[in-house]
Ligand binder design. Sequence first.
Ligand SMILES: C[S@@+](CC[C@H](N)C(=O)[O-])C[C@H]1O[C@@H](n2cnc3c(N)ncnc32)[C@H](O)[C@@H]1O
Length: 268
Amino acid sequence: MATKVALKSSTAWYDSPLYYDMVYEDYTKRETRFLCAAAQKYGHHFPEYWRVLEPACGSGRLLESLALRGHSVQGFDRNINQIRYAKRRLTKLQLKAKVWRDSLQSFKAPHAGSYDLVHCFVSTFKYLLTERDAVASLRRMSAALRSGGLCIIGLHLTNYEDNPADYEKWVNRRRGVRVCSETWSAPARQKERKEAMRTRMTITESGKTRVEETHWEFRTYSAAELKSLLAKVKSLELVACHDFHYNIKNKRRLNDAYSDIILVLKKK
Ligand SMILES: C[S@@+](CC[C@H](N)C(=O)[O-])C[C@H]1O[C@@H](n2cnc3c(N)ncnc32)[C@H](O)[C@@H]1O
């Protein structure tokens, strides 16, 4: 019989970075390969080793994979446990990186104007619940970049005409720990531009199973709403769209035909 724990804060599931890291582990290689391919295809004067900023870097899985390729990585997050975990993993591998506590809407990047790449995957941008915060964050990402640098953002889209509840499940194991993560999204509330999200983690370790549940809300974006947001940040130009297959050869249009999108934006 599993013990049930209802987590109180909307981002409480990030308080246990190991479980989060296990759940997203399978994406790391694909996302890293995609970033490398995008830098080659769309970047302007990218040096061999880039200066990278990851807003809301979480457990640091992508900081690590890019640092292992020699890039100079920096990231921030608002969750202190994620920051500690990210710092520990990088130190363990003797990788240099700067990781600090900051927020998506008001962060200060130490080398603003000089990053080659800023990236923000897995719908993290949707944690910004107002247009004002989303614009502020995008402007800061833009200000962090040098001219010709890339801002790459991956997020789920909402088609309000065809908007059923959704469910995704991942299972992973690492050193005697098994994590099953299930995520539900309720149909979007179009007027409020919000969708209710719920994640249930079933964690089995040392012969015991417990269930932790987190509830939170995401801001929703149709293709038109995303275009309207991008139009407010004139210093970024949309150069291409891809999807969560992370295939650089497959370009997508920014329309409601797809449920997810990766925006490749270039700093003018
Ligand atoms: C889905 S995780 C993504 C982490 C990482 N970018 C990755 O791809 O693995 C979302 C992260 O965003 C952080 N976060 C959520 N809202 C934030 C905000 N307003 N400012 C900074 N970090 C935030 C959470 O603490 C969490 O670590």
